[in-house]
Design a protein around this ligand. Structure first.
Ligand code: ARG
Length: 270
């Protein structure tokens, strides 16, 4: 079967105030140098890539003092036009939650308040009809139950075990309605078994792919936008018939984020 693309609507946040000033994941080193201007140009290139693929990109105003706000995937979970707002684990990111909820409310969406720690699409990914949900570092198990209630879709809990892959979207990428790519060692043995059962034909990423956040990729069902450094994963995806576009977001990786972290999918009701 040839993979087919469906047009997507994405919400992004320009990294105007991007910085690495605190450490809430192992990738972040507040003492290491970073280049804000380079982060902005890498992000602009990512946005242009989505536009060139025919997708819609909407923008939320970046707020000063919120250096991680560029990671829009953590701003909400949006399925069937319903928005589940977020609640960050760390105080440093807390003020992003009302900013994203406000954007959705202001754009006419029904917004549900999060009752538990929930970092949005960083940990909750729509795969066909079900939601795959990570826990262990950020989003709580209780948030998975709330997610299932709100969206009325089965939520499959997956236990993350490697602190380097603290959000589900750093260890697993949804490629299309049927398939995913993932790094098995980022999951508990039971969760690995669940993934094998649900996705027997999944693309298995190598540790080297994951170390460049190669799995933090955005797919429209046909074209996968992924870090250019993830060479083995790129080859594996092409072998399966997907198109790939490599992007360099190395500056954002210093905060532990890749292309997917910068991209929140806005799924309206069809
Ligand atoms: N520095 C951010 C944090 O640790 C990076 C977030 C990356 N986002 C993602 N969807 N994985 O919260």
């Amino acid at each position: 079967m040839t993979p087919t693309a469906t047009p997507r609507r994405y919400l992004m946040c320009r990294p105007t105030h991007f910085a690495v000033t605190y450490r809430i994941n192992p990738w972040m080193d507040p003492t290491a140098p970073y280049d804000n201007a380079l982060a902005v140009s890498q992000w602009e290139h990512l946005r242009q890539t989505f536009l060139d693929l025919g997708h819609t990109v909407e923008l939320i105003e970046p707020l000063p003092g919120l250096p991680d706000m560029v990671f829009a995937a953590n701003g909400a979970t949006v399925v069937d036009g319903k928005v589940l707002a977020v609640q960050f684990r760390d105080a440093e990111r807390a003020d992003e939650a009302p900013a994203y909820a406000g954007w959705f409310a202001g754009n006419g969406f029904e917004v549900f308040e999060s009752k538990h720690t929930n970092e949005g699409e960083g940990d909750i990914l729509l795969a066909g009809d079900v939601l795959l949900a990570g826990t262990g570092f950020r989003t709580s198990h209780a948030a998975h139950a709330q997610t299932q209630e709100i969206f009325g879709r089965p939520v499959i809990t997956l236990q993350l075990v490697d602190p380097a892959y603290y959000h589900l979207d750093t260890a697993l990428c949804v490629l299309d309605e049927r398939n995913i790519a993932y790094l098995p060692s980022a999951f508990s043995p039971g969760s690995q078994a669940v993934l094998r059962r649900l996705f027997p034909d999944a693309v298995i990423a190598t540790p080297a792919d994951a170390e460049v956040l190669g799995l933090n990729a955005v797919s429209d069902g046909r074209t996968v936008v992924l870090p250019v450094q993830a060479t083995a994963l790129t080859a594996a995806l092409r072998e399966r018939g997907y198109a790939t576009v490599g992007v360099d977001v190395s500056e954002l990786r210093k905060a532990g984020g890749g292309p997917k972290c910068c991209t929140l999918e806005v799924r309206t009701r069809d």
